[in-house]
Design a protein. Structure first.
Length: 130
């Protein structure tokens, strides 16, 4: 798994589009992320997963199970994740937005641990972290 992380509108998708083969399947770009479709992918099919934060927002009531399901759906897949870093900056006043920020932070910790490669894109400049 390769994770590409960075702030909003920092060039993550452009970076991923330039490095991924044309046959890569994209999940979560045009419609909500569906883990069932991702789970059905063959191990050889390159895939890009985005909108992880929006998916997690629908799973705040059972965060631990959601993290487990997400990691299982990615297991053994040739996947690149595009993650928007929402944990920096101003702490949201809204309790639900704070809960989402915290849940995404915990999910991202699990993802970073199992990732083979992590790249941060900051204003179009990629930096290898792992």
């Amino acid at each position: 798994m390769h994770i590409v992380i960075g702030g909003a509108v920092n060039g993550k998708r452009k970076f991923v589009r330039e490095m991924m083969p044309a046959e890569a399947r994209w999940f979560g770009e045009d419609k909500p992320l569906d883990l069932r479709q991702l789970s059905e992918l063959s191990a050889e099919q390159p895939a890009v997963v985005c909108s992880v934060e929006q998916w997690m927002a629908t799973r705040l009531d059972d965060e631990e199970n959601a993290i487990h399901e997400f990691l299982n759906a990615l297991s053994g897949k040739r996947v690149t994740l595009i993650i928007t870093d929402i944990g920096r900056g101003i702490v949201p006043m809204d309790a639900e937005e704070r809960a989402l920020r915290d849940a995404c932070g915990r999910l991202n910790q699990h993802l970073m641990e199992v990732a083979r490669e992590v790249t941060r894109v900051w204003y179009g400049i990629p930096q290898k972290l792992k």
